[in-house]
Design a protein around this ligand. Structure first.
Ligand SMILES: NC(=O)c1ccc[n+]([C@@H]2O[C@H](COP(=O)([O-])OP(=O)(O)OC[C@H]3O[C@@H](n4cnc5c(N)ncnc54)[C@H](OP(=O)(O)O)[C@@H]3O)[C@@H](O)[C@H]2O)c1
Length: 336
């Protein structure tokens, strides 16, 4: 697969979002299946894997690290060939008690152990906690880089003002924000800043939690206790129906390009910006390969322009919602 750069870190142009093996999209697969699925992604050519300390069933504190452990087991013998990205949450209490650097070092050491490695390539602050200035996190991340515990750092779900404050102190490798054909807020100010400052954009939920694949319908069951889709306004029945013209547009391109709708939605963002590296999430082996296969779907400039123009004319109903917009602390996550 072609490569792209997140700051100075080279990754396959499509990564794997691994959250669903542990949390967020209903019943999780058994561990053997998940480990094989991760490995299949690697064998296909994926070298970029996204996880977080928080990803465990129902985000319960006792399940923390479940997802990192799966990745560690799946990739330990190819560690040097892959880029591992993980994330931490920080509480005011631990920062007051231990000091910012020690608290972060402790979180990182636990992730490193679960990932069966001795460094993390890309370490994100999962959510900026308004009570912990991002500048002091940036400074501590800089020290983790000089101590060779991480290669680069990133922020997640942040506005441009926060990115600027942080980047001025310790240059960011990547920002992981929500971005897809139906969630394009990043295009206004965040993405121009990232392009200008050589920072990667790692879109999460690039297939809009499955919506853009066309496989999520008003009949899809989100009732599992650990399924974030029941909180996503965009996936309410009325919005699924109202956003149908977007799927029709994707369907037209999918037919023309002999691709799937999910692949067209990924090819669109890859064509649009050179610093974008999407991390579609699936816990299903076939869909993982389908999503990674978007690297073979190239839109011509003419096709892209026509798609973009058509997209600009379609209103988007609903947004991704509470979880990704507001949660700043673990306690917020646990409230879901
Ligand atoms: N930084 C953050 O705050 C944050 C927040 C959310 C996610 N993330 C990261 O971003 C990654 C991607 O986000 P996401 O999982 O929400 O992405 P997504 O790919 O937009 O949505 C995942 C959902 O879409 C379905 N899906 C994916 N590809 C499909 C396909 N080709 N056909 C049909 N259905 C498909 C999956 O179902 P199946 O599993 O059944 O295939 C799953 O239900 C996560 O894995 C996680 O690593 C980060």
């Amino acid at each position: 697969m072609k490569k792209r750069k997140l700051g100075t870190i080279e990754v396959s142009e499509i990564g794997m979002g691994c959250m669903g093996f542990s949390h967020g999209y209903g019943q999780i697969p058994d561990e053997t299946y998940s480990i094989e699925a991760i490995r299949d992604g690697y064998d296909y050519g994926c070298t970029f894997f996204d996880t977080a300390e928080a990803y465990g069933p129902n985000l319960l504190p006792e399940n923390r690290g479940h997802n990192e452990r799966l990745l560690g087991t799946a990739l330990k013998d190819v560690r040097e060939n892959v880029v591992l990205a993980t994330k931490l949450h920080l509480s005011v209490e631990e920062v007051k008690k231990e000091g910012i650097y020690s608290a972060m070092q402790r979180h990182l050491a636990a992730s490193i152990k679960r990932l069966q490695t001795d460094y993390v390539d890309l370490y994100y602050l999962h959510r900026v906690n308004p009570e912990i200035p991002v500048e002091i996190v940036a400074e501590a991340m800089g020290k983790l880089i000089s101590d060779k515990m991480i290669r680069g750092w990133g922020l997640s779900q942040v506005p441009v003002e926060t990115i600027d404050k942080a980047h001025t102190i310790t240059p960011l490798a990547a920002v992981q924000n929500i971005y897809s054909m139906v969630e394009r807020g990043m295009e206004n100010d965040v993405e121009p800043y990232l392009l200008q400052h050589n920072i990667g954009l790692v879109p999460f939920s690039p297939i809009a939690s499955g919506f853009l694949s066309g496989k999520v319908t008003t009949q899809t069951d989100f009732s599992n206790s650990d399924d974030v889709r029941k909180f996503v306004p965009q996936l309410r029945q009325e919005n699924i129906k109202a956003n149908q013209p977007i799927l029709d547009l994707l369907g037209k391109y999918a037919e023309e390009k002999q691709a799937t709708k999910a692949q067209i939605s990924l090819a669109w963002m890859l064509h649009k910006y050179p610093n974008v590296v999407p991390i579609p999430g699936s816990k299903n082996k076939e869909r993982i390969l389908e999503n990674l296969g978007a690297c073979n779907v190239e839109l011509t400039n003419t096709e892209f322009d026509a798609l973009e123009t058509a997209l600009d004319q379609l209103k988007v109903y609903g947004h991704r919602g509470y979880n990704e917009q507001e949660g700043s602390k673990m306690s917020d996550w646990n409230r879901k």
